[in-house]
Write a protein of this length. Structure first.
Length: 354
């Protein structure tokens, strides 16, 4: 009887694995169940369920043998190639304004009057949209074990949009350029009565544009996606995004600057102006600090697509001075449309117990 039971359980395990492969063509990734929020003492035990295998530099994927050049391509921290499906090709030629997704119970912060100062603390407003969908994430550089943080934004139930140099930096980390042990906290603010309102979630995989890796990290491709092993965006809300033509508008930027709080646990918003734009890059004068990299940038008080990201903050140009980041346009826009459909679903696989 016991032997028969073990055979049945083994068959169920095989069927479960086949089920995962059968869903490989969809934009849904299945992972083992994970509880969150994650306790600091349990972080490394939990993370070992999803180990990151660092590829050689640059990553050398096994399949396909060559990287496509006729479409947007992102490379993961596992060395896999993610190519844009045909149905998303050229979407930026006729762009639409992708509206944010806001849970019915989540309050919305109205657009306010622009204050004379450029940055203000978010505080207890961290549980109102759009602040609830701004992400603080911790990370560790694989080669130096240095712990840092960056800013991101929820753009799907399971995806954080951020800056590529926050998760892959071959200029500063030549032996192993990937960040590991990533934990995301939407809406985090240590000054709020509810500092981590939606808990936390670890990374399943990280995607950066192939141009970022192949061409020496050009600023136009400084964007990345962190796929999480949960659907925390359903609770925090999800940003919209859009392209723009006119560069003369007020910009809103939110994140976790290190000059306001040394451990990056306080969320601050800043207002400024879009100064000028290149086809794939935006320049603005919002004040920022270290830790703001990956911050969402959107047009303030734009009623047609409120809280819709137009750029991702990535760097400061001290000689001008001005700030800037990759603009939502071209291949970046196309891949955003694709990644917005990404959802991680948890499954429970049967286990054989002796």
């Amino acid at each position: 009887m016991k032997k028969r039971l073990l055979i049945v359980l083994a068959m169920l395990s095989i069927l479960s694995i086949l089920f995962l492969y059968a869903n490989a063509e969809t934009n849904v990734t299945y992972v083992m169940s994970q509880q969150y929020p994650i306790g600091e003492d349990a972080l490394f035990d939990i993370y070992q369920i999803y180990p990151i295998t660092t590829p050689t530099f640059p990553p050398q994927p096994k399949q396909p043998t060559s990287i496509p050049t006729d479409r947007p391509v992102y490379i993961t921290n596992h060395g896999q190639i993610i190519t844009l499906p045909d149905e998303y090709l050229g979407a930026s030629d006729n762009p639409i304004e992708v509206q944010p997704t806001i849970p019915e119970y989540l309050p919305i912060t109205p657009a306010g009057i622009i204050p004379p100062d450029t940055r203000y603390p978010v505080g207890s407003s961290n549980t109102t949209f759009p602040y609830s969908a701004v992400v603080h994430y911790d990370k560790t550089w694989a080669d130096t074990y240095e712990e840092k943080w960056c800013t991101g934004s929820m753009i799907s139930p399971s995806t954080v949009l951020t800056a590529a140099h926050c998760v892959y930096d071959a200029l500063e980390h030549t032996t192993d350029p990937w960040a590991v042990n990533i934990i995301a906290y939407p809406g985090k603010d240590s000054t709020s009565p509810n500092p981590t309102p939606y808990g936390s979630c670890t990374a399943l995989e990280v995607l950066v544009p192939r141009q970022w890796i192949e061409y020496g990290q050009p600023k136009e491709y400084d964007n990345a996606f962190i796929r999480l092993n949960c659907t925390i965006g359903y609770e925090s809300g999800i940003f919209g995004f859009r392209t723009y033509i006119d560069s003369d508008f007020t910009t809103f930027l939110v994140g976790y600057p290190d000059d306001k709080n040394t451990d990056g646990t306080e969320m601050w918003y800043g207002l400024g102006s879009m100064l000028h734009s290149d086809p794939l890059f935006s320049y603005y004068n919002n004040d920022t600090g270290g830790g703001n990299s990956g911050s969402p940038v959107w047009q303030h008080a734009y009623s047609y697509c409120s809280n819709c990201i137009v750029a991702v903050h990535s760097r400061y140009f001290p000689d001008v001075p001005e700030n800037g980041g990759p603009r939502v346009a071209g291949d970046f826009y196309d891949f955003l449309l694709y990644e917005r459909e990404f959802i991680t679903q948890q499954v429970f696989l049967p286990m054989i117990i002796n």
